[in-house]
Ligand binder design. Structure first.
Ligand code: ZN
Length: 128
């Protein structure tokens, strides 16, 4: 059972423009228990991007698309995750940085999230 916290932020992450700078972000709770509300950049990082984010003191997260629940979730990346699951390795799991308004852009990767790609493929199917 999942409950919303008093701020209305849920485990299911929502795409939301940053109210200060207008950047595309996702906002949600970063764990099933003992969670913090976080806002992360929407664009996926490559390995160099994650390294630069960490060096700059920005925590990184996995933005995961969960097809069975039809929602996004944000998970904290701990040191073991960073070591054993580099960006781009897992399907439907992009590595993103905590959002920081007007920060210098970080090196990006292609998304591993297959949601949009599937939608395009469906429209290419013949209607019979
Ligand atoms: Zn911002």
């Amino acid at each position: 059972m999942r409950k919303r916290n008093p701020d209305g932020i849920a485990r299911a992450a929502r795409a939301q423009a940053c109210s200060r700078c207008g950047a595309c972000t996702f906002r949600g709770l970063d764990a099933d228990a003992g969670a913090f509300a976080v806002r992360v950049d929407a664009y996926p990082l490559d390995a160099a991007g994650e390294l630069l984010a960490l060096v700059a003191g920005r925590r990184t997260y996995t933005l995961r698309w969960i097809p069975g629940r039809a929602r996004y979730e944000i998970d904290r990346r701990e040191s073991l995750d960073i070591e054993s699951h580099p960006p781009g390795e897992d399907v439907n799991a992009d590595v993103v940085a905590v959002h920081q308004c007007n920060a210098a852009p970080l090196p990006r990767a292609r998304t591993t999230i297959q949601r949009a790609r599937k939608r395009v493929m469906l429209t290419d199917e013949p209607p019979f």
